[in-house]
Write a protein that binds this ligand. Structure first.
Ligand code: UGA
Length: 434
């Protein structure tokens, strides 16, 4: 088989992983059918509108559609008909006990089982715990079908870049030929290919997210220590980052780590560890430290308001779990904001991805949504920056100052220039910054 042979691929699920995966595989020259059962999502895709905020995704999807290499369907069964490879990219939310809920993976596998082409390869791209490849194999129950693990490492907000230029491709299979075939789908990238067994591959995914979460908890804890000893965390982290073994990536202190992956995956790994009787207290500590970071940020806002936010009007900039995405799942910003509301604050919030005129979604109930950052600041006792949207840097801070009740900023992302805003008359508190 030549390295660039065109393959027919089905992708099940057009979410944050499935959609970039489908568009990328089409870009690599494969013929891709993307199945999405949610009607509004599918309707948006069919008219070229992206159902998620993701830089460059619209162009990549449009390219695939125009070339006839990317098509959409509402039926997983139709998608797998004629497909040599079937990527499962369905959600694996957190169950009540912290483990990964595999019901969507299971039902997708059941639905397609009898429709798969003879010898098709099913690829688990959803984040699934150790043992899931064999679980899917059992559900499908056909000796001619191999299930391969191919974890996804893309980040929201940079999904297109991460998919086109991945750091590595991991393929786990108990059948080496199937692993090689899946690896070849990505031969257009120059990424190193790690071929291993399914258990190891499934572990790599959780290990990566758990390591990143632990790194961030360390960084946030270090920033807290810097505040106590009077060191400047930014310079401390600069001093760390130049050490090539540490590096600069994932060294930004913040309000705590969140999103749809790190919190859920760290808990799932902890759950796996406890199931096998392994004491992973280091990881438990990283999770607890993250909860502590949210409380520290709430404390900073209280301090900025003279010790209590009860009855205070606060401006909040940023509600998504990080910039360049519209995703608010497990957003540290929302966790901080809801705690402030519980403490008696009125929160006037602005986020570039939230339309204050639309029906208020459940996670934003109790907040006063505003259409621009200046409106959010009106009569506020403090301005709290919770998501690092770049546009917040370039606002007219004289205008912000003029409408606020008190000139106080709590910058939980270290986004602003403290010297510049202090010169204008603001009181400024960052994370680990003097
Ligand atoms: C994460 C991983 O980074 C991806 O490799 C992985 O594929 C993905 O989960 C997944 O499992 O699907 P993502 O959830 O998109 O990606 O977000 P990250 O960029 O990892 O950020 C996670 C949280 O850490 C955010 O709240 C972010 O604001 C925070 N963060 C990140 C910091 O506070 N400081 C940093 O320096 C970096």
């Amino acid at each position: 088989m030549s390295a660039r042979q065109v393959r027919s691929v089905a992708v099940i699920g057009a979410g944050y992983v499935g959609l970039p995966t489908a568009a990328t595989l089409a870009h690599f020259g494969h013929s891709v059918v993307l199945a999405e059962r949610e009607r509004s999502r599918l309707a948006a895709l069919r008219v070229g509108r992206m159902p998620i905020v993701e830089v460059g995704l619209d162009d990549l999807v449009a390219e695939g559609v125009a070339a006839g290499r990317l098509t959409f369907t509402d039926s997983a069964v139709d998608a797998v008909t004629g497909a040599e490879f079937v990527f499962l990219c369905v959600a694996t939310p957190q169950s009540a006990d912290g483990s990964a809920d595999l019901s969507h993976v299971e039902s997708a596998a059941k639905e397609i089982a009898s429709h798969l082409e003879p010898g098709a390869i099913v690829v688990n791209k959803s984040t699934v715990p150790v043992g899931s490849a064999s679980m899917v194999e059992q559900v499908i129950g056909r000796p001619d079908i191999t299930v391969v693990s191919n974890p996804e490492f893309l980040r929201e907000g940079t999904a297109v870049l991460d998919s086109l230029k991945p750091d590595r491709i991991v393929v786990g299979a108990d059948d080496a030929r199937a692993a090689a075939k899946v690896g070849e789908l990505f031969s257009s990238t120059s990424a190193p290919l790690i071929v291993t067994d399914t258990t190891t591959s499934e572990t790599i995914k959780y290990a990566s997210n758990a390591f990143l979460a632990t790194k961030l908890s360390f960084v946030n804890a270090l920033a807290g220590l810097c505040e106590e000893v009077g060191a400047d965390a930014r310079d401390v982290l600069l001093g760390l980052g130049y050490d090539k073994r540490i590096g600069f990536e994932f060294l930004r202190p913040g309000p705590g780590w969140g999103g749809s992956c790190l919190p859920k995956d760290t808990r799932a790994l902890l759950h796996t560890a406890s199931e096998v009787g392994y004491d992973f207290s280091l990881l438990a500590g990283a999770i607890a430290s993250n909860d502590g970071q949210l409380s520290r940020v709430v404390g900073k806002v209280e301090a900025a308001c003279g010790g209590s936010v009860d009855g205070a009007t606060l401006a909040v900039w940023g509600l998504t779990f990080k910039a360049n995405t519209d995703d608010r799942r497990d957003s540290p910003s929302l966790q901080v904001v809801h705690r402030l509301v519980e403490l008696g604050a009125t929160v006037q919030a602005f986020d570039p991805t939230v339309d204050p005129e639309a029906d208020v979604p459940e996670d934003l109930r109790g907040l006063e949504l505003r259409g621009d950052p200046y409106e959010a600041a009106v009569r506020a006792r403090a301005l709290v920056v919770l998501t690092e949207w770049d546009e917040f840097r370039w606002l007219d801070f004289a205008r912000v100052l003029a409408v606020m009740a008190e000139p106080s900023i709590v910058d939980a992302r270290n986004l602003l220039d403290p010297a510049a805003v202090r010169r204008m008359g603001f009181r400024y508190t960052g994370i680990g910054r003097r």
